[in-house]
Write a protein that binds this ligand. Structure first.
Ligand SMILES: C[S@@+](CC[C@H](N)C(=O)[O-])C[C@H]1O[C@@H](n2cnc3c(N)ncnc32)[C@H](O)[C@@H]1O
Length: 280
């Protein structure tokens, strides 16, 4: 407490920083009580100092809290997972819209689940669906499993693997494929805010930027997606038209949905039924 009072007395600190320090101090107390953080120093002062250091390095507040809200649910997050974004809720709204009159059981695969926020939200909204969620990061999968436990999800199977490994989930097929893949290109880096550099780069950057979309669409066409099944991507206003072009040959009913800022954020398509002579 003395350390906090000492800091707050310093006249060089503005009001908003004082407010942040008070919050960080109570977070440090909470962490010390739970002794859940493997910090070098477990003393209250040590934890507090560590948090202040992180705060000044622009580490996002969600990482300092250890949690983030998504679709009115609390998710555990750490620096191994992307912080769930409000914009990604558009993808859930779109799926609710597509399936509001379809009560059948669906098997779905999510590519790149991160914290698990998308799969877990769907698991709670559609408890009769069979959900598969995969990621290349085992640390992210650990967080996703903890979140699934926290939200009592019993219909999700997690898979560790690389989308670009040709044997990955081969011989499987699903009614729906969803993904919010990495899509930021190196030349967009200058437009990113500082907080993003604390998130895992494997979750954000892709070179070339459409490589995840192309690979997922290729796999969907070649067996992962049943005829008549939906492919649903989070996208950005910068890549939506290119993704639409990738979908156009083999998918119909292509829809683009907008987020709360009226920016293109979700694109979906329904896999065309093949005529009998087109089937392999
Ligand atoms: C943009 S994040 C999305 C996380 C979460 N679905 C969300 O919307 O908040 C992309 C995820 O894809 C995973 N990923 C990156 N490369 C991958 C690959 N080759 N195979 C499978 N997953 C991958 C990352 O680890 C990351 O968790």
């Amino acid at each position: 407490m003395r350390s906090l009072k000492y800091l707050l007395r310093r006249s060089t600190i503005d009001e908003s920083t004082k407010y942040a320090y008070r919050w960080l101090f109570s977070r440090a107390q909470q962490l010390q009580r739970r002794s859940q953080l493997h910090l070098k120093s477990k003393s209250l002062f040590g934890i507090f100092r560590h948090l202040i250091h992180q705060y000044h390095r622009h580490v996002p507040i969600e990482y300092l809290c250890g949690s983030a809200m998504f679709f009115n649910r609390l998710f555990i997050v750490n620096q191994h997972v992307l912080i769930p974004r409000r914009d990604s809720e558009s993808l859930i709204h779109h799926i609710q819209q597509l399936y509001k009159s379809n009560k059948n059981k669906q098997s779905i695969i999510e590519i790149g689940t991160g914290s698990g926020c998308l799969s877990i939200t769907l698991s709670r909204l559609f408890p009769h669906w069979q959900i598969h969620a995969c990621d290349i990061s085992s640390s992210a999968l650990r967080i996703a499993c903890n979140n699934a436990y926290l939200h009592h999800c019993s219909n999700i199977e997690f898979h560790y693997g690389d989308l670009f490994n040709s044997h990955f989930l081969e011989n499987n097929s699903f009614d729906m494929i969803i993904s919010n893949p990495p899509y930021i290109s190196k030349d967009q880096l200058s437009q990113c805010n500082q907080g993003i550099f604390h998130e895992p780069s494997i979750a954000l950057f892709a070179h070339p930027p459409l490589k995840f979309y192309s690979e997922i669409i290729h796999r969907a066409i070649n067996g992962w997606l049943k005829d008549g099944g939906y492919i649903i991507f989070e996208c950005s206003p910068f890549n939506v038209n290119q993704i639409k072009e990738l979908l156009e040959n083999q998918f119909e009913q292509i829809e683009i949905c907008f987020d709360t800022n009226q920016l293109a954020r979700v694109i979906s398509g329904k896999k065309k039924y093949l005529k009998p002579y087109q089937k392999r």
